[in-house]
Design a protein around this ligand. Structure first.
Ligand code: KG4
Ligand code: ZN
Length: 350
């Protein structure tokens, strides 16, 4: 079965083709028009998707060596995301499926991230085995979910305010870094001291104010943002410039330690020995390293997508469609039934 996947929920225009669950092509175009504004401008994002969608879909089909009339299914992100951006890919996918007389499958973007560690570049479809705890960390979401073998899942923790990616991007902006600041902080932090300044780790064992953190898998990053801002306001511009890498490493350490502690505690509390990490922030090298160490120590197997599939991509959209279809699951053929209703739309804005 050949599936075309399309993703346009935020600032990546992407299309991918899968054959029997295996990725044949995955073309991603990231928008740079938002850099000036320090965040994604929804209207600009929609216009860029509209400008690029035909070229990107064509490129993915050409690269896959599959002809358009050999496609069996088209899947596209139906939300959550910036509504104008989602509508471009969604309407395009539905129109194309209608023209080719093949089924259309609506996919939940966050659900696709959850299963992205199982994207297949090999020869057969690898189904996730058994139950696992998923940490989904992107620019708009920070979620801990308990995923069952039948692909159903329950959200057991979420951010009460900002997403981890937003914490990276907004604190990075305070440091004068370009958007998106997450990858820039990652690189800067490599030569910085993570113990340079202790920024707050909310709702964890390290948090003075949180006595009942145990069994609480929710996150909070807005305090970190305020703490970075007030601390920076007390420093001279020269001192900030001199210690930029140390500050970046300290911010990163605060975010990473919370994510790792909560994820391992969640797996332990559910007696689950597998963790999967996904979403843009899962590309962070310090997070990957710390999560691997903590999981090894706790006897937990860690699944992480290749960094190519951490950030938004269409291979994950087509993969989830394929996982569902191969399991004979009823797939959502209409987008207005909102299969994503349990998530709050949280795509980041400028
Ligand atoms: O999943 P994604 O591509 O888009 C959303 O669905 O939001 O995630 C984008 C987020 C941004 O906040 C970006 O700064 C962050 O992922 N990100 C990173 C890294 N790469 C991307 N954050 C920290 N370290 C990275 N290496
Ligand atoms: Zn995403």
């Amino acid at each position: 079965m050949n599936i075309l996947g399309i993703e346009t929920s935020c600032d990546e225009t992407s299309a991918a083709v899968l054959c029997s669950g295996k990725v044949l092509s995955n073309v991603v175009s990231s928008q740079h028009c938002h850099t000036l504004f320090g965040g994604v401008v929804p209207e600009l994002a929609s216009r860029e998707h509209e400008r690029l969608i035909v070229t990107i879909v064509d490129a993915a089909i050409t690269e896959s060596n599959i002809r358009k009339n050999e496609l069996d299914v088209i899947a596209a992100t139906a939300g959550p995301g910036l509504i104008g951006a989602v509508m471009v890919g969604l309407s395009f996918a539905q129109g194309m499926a209608y023209a080719l007389k093949i089924p259309f499958v609506a996919i939940n973007h966050i659900e696709a991230h959850i299963f992205s560690p199982f994207i297949n570049e090999g020869s057969s479809l690898p189904p996730p085995e058994g139950r696992f705890v998923s940490l989904t960390v992107s620019g708009g979401h920070t979620l801990l979910s308990l995923v069952e073998q039948d692909l159903s899942y329950k959200v057991i923790g979420r951010t009460l305010d900002d997403a981890a990616g937003e914490a990276f991007d907004k604190t990075g902006k305070m440091l004068g870094l370009p958007y998106p600041a997450g990858p820039v902080i990652d690189t800067l932090a490599e030569r910085g001291n993570p113990a340079f300044h202790l920024f707050p780790r909310a709702l964890t064992s390290a948090s003075q104010s949180s006595k009942n953190y145990q069994g609480n898998f929710d996150f909070s990053f807005s305090g970190l943002k305020t703490s970075v801002l007030t601390w920076l306001q007390k420093q001279s511009p020269e001192y900030i410039e001199e210690h930029k890498a140390d500050i970046a490493a300290s911010i990163q350490a605060a975010i990473v330690s919370v994510l790792v502690e909560k994820t391992v505690a969640a797996a332990r509390s559910q007696r689950i020995r597998a963790v999967a990490m996904a979403g843009g922030v899962s590309a962070n090298s310090a997070l990957r390293k710390a999560m691997k160490e903590a999981c090894n120590k706790a006897g937990i197997t860690l699944h992480v997508p290749s960094t190519l599939y951490s950030t938004d991509n269409a291979a994950m959209i087509a993969t989830l469609a394929s996982l569902k279809i191969y399991r004979g699951m009823e797939t959502e053929y209409r987008y207005n039934k909102a299969p994503y209703a349990s998530f709050t739309a949280g795509a980041r804005r400028a």
